[in-house]
Design a protein around this ligand. Structure first.
Ligand SMILES: [Fe+2]
Ligand SMILES: [Fe+2]
Length: 558
C-alpha cells in the first residue's frame, strides 16, 4: 500500500503500473477510496483502466471506469464522470455482460437524479433494472434508487413498493446490511404516510441490524428519524431520548449534517414541552452549525422551527425575520430537484408565514374590541378581488398578508381613541392617521418575500387625493394597497363601530357608489363582483337607510 507520506500528486508516485496486475490496482484504488484519499484513488483507477485495457481484462476495465466516474462526479468533474461512465457501459455491453452494463446505467441514472433530471433518471434506472435484474444485489440497489426518486416526487405508495422490493432482493442476496438500509427507508416512508407503528417496527429492525454489524452512522440515523416520529405523536420523552442518542453518535462521527438535524429535533421537543430558553439554544445551535457547513435545507428548516418558538413567545418581528431568511434559503434551492420534498417544505414555510402574520394581526385586533375579525374578512374579500382582477398566486398571497398586517400600526394608537364612542376630534383623528406610518416603523428591519409594505403605508390613499398619509392620487396608489383600501371601507361600514351600528351590505354599497371616485374603475368593479359572489349582498332587500353622508366622508374607514 502506498503510504500517506507520498505527495498528493497521484498517479505519478506509483511504481510502474506494468509490473502490477490490473486487479491489484483496482483493489488498491478501492482502499484509497474507503480511506477518503480521493486523489490517490483516482490515480489508481486510471492505472487500473490502462493496465486492464492493455491486457484485455475488460471486466476490470469497465469496473474501474465506473468507479472512477463516481469519484469524478463527487469532485464536480461532470464531463469526465459522464465519459467514464459511458465507456464503462460500452465495454460491458460490447462483451455481453448485462449486469456490468446495468451497473453503469445505475450510476448514470444516479447522476441524472442529482442534476434534477428526474425523468431521465427514472427511465435509465428502469433500463438498468431490465438489463441487470439477474443480480439480486444490483436489483436491490436499483429498486432503492427508484424508491428515492418516487419519494422526491411525493409518490409515497410507489416509493413504498420500490423499497419493499429492494428489501426482498437484499434478502435474496443474503445482504444483511442492505436489509438494514431498506428497513430504514421503509421507516421513513411509513413516517411520511403517518403509519406510526409500521415506522416504529422498521426503525427498530434497521437499528438492531446496524448495531450487530457495527454501522454506527445508520444507528444514529435510525434514532434521529425515529425521534421525529415520536415528535409527531407528541411522545416527547421518547423523542428526546432518541434524538440525544443520535446526537451522541453523530458527535462521535463528526457528522455535521446529521448533528444539525438532531439539534433541531431536540429544540422542537423543548419548545413543545414549554422550555423556551433551552429550545432557543438548541435551535440556534442547529442554525449556526447548518450555516457554517452550507447545509441550506437544514438551516431553513431550523429557522422555521425557531420562528414558531418566537411566535409562541409573541416575538413576532423576530419570527418574521427568520421566516424570511428561511424563504430566501429555499429560493436558492430551486434547481435542486433531487432534494426530497422541497416543494412541500416551501409550502409549509409559506403557511407558517401566513399563520404568524395572521396571529399577529389578530392580536392587534384584540386591543380594539370593535374590529375583531376585521383582518380575516378584509383578507378574504381582498383575495377575492385580487383573483377577479386576474392577479397570480404570489400576488394574491401578497394581498392576503398585507390584509393581516395593514393596521399593525394601530398598536400605537391609544386604546381610548380606538374605542371612543362618538365622533373623534380632529386631533384624535390625526393620531389615527399615523397608523400606516407607525406600521412601517414596527416592521423596520423585517423583510418579507412578498411586497406588503406599500399596502401598509398606502391602504388609506384615495384616487382623488383625499386619502392619507401621503395624499397620493390615481395610479400613484399601488394596486395591492387599493384593493385592501376598498374592502377595508366596506368592512368598516358593515360592522358595528363604537360610534354607529353596522350598515347592511346594500346600504354600504350605496354609500360606496357615491364615492366611487376614490377607486380605480376596474378595482371598483372587481370589488362589486367579489361582494356579489360572496353572497353577502343577497336577500337583504329591506335595508334601513342610515343618515346619508355621515359614515364614509368622515372617519369610518380608519
Ligand atoms: Fe387602516
Ligand atoms: Fe383596516
Amino acid at each position: 500500500m502506498v503510504s500517506g507520506s507520498v505527495p498528493s500528486e497521484a498517479g505519478r508516485r506509483l511504481p510502474r503500473a506494468t509490473s502490477v496486475r490490473a486487479a491489484d490496482l483496482l483493489h488498491r484504488a478501492r482502499e484509497h477510496e474507503r480511506a477518503g484519499c480521493t486523489v490517490e484513488a483516482q490515480g489508481c483507477y486510471r492505472d487500473a483502466v490502462a493496465e486492464a485495457g492493455r491486457t484485455g481484462e475488460w471486466a476490470i476495465e469497465a469496473e474501474a471506469l465506473r468507479r472512477a466516474a463516481v469519484l469524478h462526479h463527487h469532485r464536480s468533474e461532470h464531463q469526465a464522470a459522464q465519459e467514464a461512465c459511458d465507456r464503462s457501459y460500452e465495454i460491458a455491453a460490447r462483451n455481453g455482460d448485462q449486469v456490468l452494463a446495468a451497473e453503469a446505467l445505475n450510476v448514470r441514472a444516479g447522476f441524472a437524479t442529482e442534476h434534477g433530471d428526474i425523468e431521465a433518471a427514472r427511465a435509465t434506472f428502469l433500463r438498468a433494472l431490465g438489463m441487470g435484474g439477474a443480480s439480486a444485489e444490483l436489483r436491490a440497489r436499483i429498486e432503492q434508487n427508484l424508491g428515492v426518486l418516487a419519494n422526491v416526487q411525493g409518490q409515497l405508495d410507489e416509493a413504498l413498493e420500490h423499497y419493499t422490493r429492494s428489501l426482498e432482493a437484499y434478502r435474496g442476496a443474503g445482504n444483511e446490511h442492505g436489509c438494514a438500509l431498506a428497513f430504514h427507508n421503509l421507516g421513513m416512508i411509513s413516517a411520511d404516510r403517518e403509519l406510526w407503528e409500521e415506522a416504529d417496527g422498521y426503525f427498530d429492525q434497521s437499528r438492531a441490524i446496524a448495531e450487530r454489524l457495527g454501522d454506527l452512522h445508520l444507528q444514529g440515523l435510525c434514532l434521529l428519524n425515529h425521534s421525529e416520529v415520536f415528535v409527531a405523536r407528541q411522545q416527547f420523552e421518547s423523542a428526546k431520548r432518541s434524538a440525544e442518542g443520535a446526537l451522541a453518535i453523530f458527535d462521535q462521527l463528526g457528522a455535521q449534517l446529521d448533528k444539525t438535524d438532531a439539534y433541531r429535533v431536540i429544540g422542537v421537543v423543548y419548545r413543545e414541552t414549554g422550555r423556551p430558553a433551552l429550545a432557543e439554544s438548541r435551535l440556534r445551535s442547529s442554525i449556526d452549525l447548518a450555516g457554517a457547513n452550507g447545509l441550506v435545507l437544514c438551516e431553513a428548516e431550523s429557522s422555521r422551527e425557531l420562528a414558531l418558538l418566537y411566535q409562541g413567545m409573541g416575538r413576532n418581528q423576530e419570527a418574521l425575520s427568520l421566516l424570511n431568511a428561511a424563504h430566501r434559503l429555499f429560493g436558492g434551492l430551486d434547481a435542486r430537484a433531487d432534494l426530497v420534498d422541497v416543494g412541500r417544505k416551501v409550502a409549509q414555510l409559506e403557511a407558517t408565514f401566513l399563520a404568524v402574520v395572521r396571529d399577529w394581526g389578530q392580536s392587534i385586533e384584540s386591543s380594539d374590541t370593535y374590529t375583531f375579525g376585521h383582518c380575516e374578512r378584509v383578507a378574504n374579500y381582498a383575495a377575492a378581488v385580487a383573483r377577479d382582477l386576474g392577479l397570480d398566486d404570489p400576488q394574491v398571497t401578497t394581498v392576503r398578508l398585507g390584509a393581516y398586517l395593514h393596521d399593525v400600526g394601530k398598536i400605537r394608537v391609544p386604546h381610548e381613541i380606538l374605542n371612543k364612542p362618538g365622533r373623534l376630534t380632529d386631533d384624535e383623528f390625526d393620531i389615527i392617521k399615523m397608523h400606516p406610518i407607525w406600521g412601517l416603523d414596527l416592521l423596520e428591519g423585517v423583510e418579507f418575500p412578498w411586497d406588503i409594505k406599500p399596502i401598509i403605508r398606502w391602504h388609506h390613499e384615495k384616487c382623488d387625493g383625499s386619502g392619507y398619509p401621503d395624499r397620493l392620487r390615481g395610479d400613484e396608489i399601488p394596486l395591492h394597497a387599493m384593493i385592501i383600501g376598498i374592502v377595508d371601507v366596506y368592512d368598516a361600514l358593515t360592522t358595528t363601530r363604537s360610534y354607529r351600528p353596522a350598515m347592511t351590505p346594500e346600504v354600504a354599497l350605496a354609500e360606496m357608489e357615491r364615492c366611487r371616485r376614490w377607486w380605480r374603475a376596474d378595482v371598483y368593479e372587481a370589488f362589486g363582483r367579489a361582494i356579489a359572489d360572496s353572497g353577502e349582498a343577497a336577500g337583504e332587500a329591506g335595508a334601513k337607510a342610515l343618515q346619508p353622508g355621515t359614515a364614509l366622508e368622515g372617519q369610518a374607514a380608519a
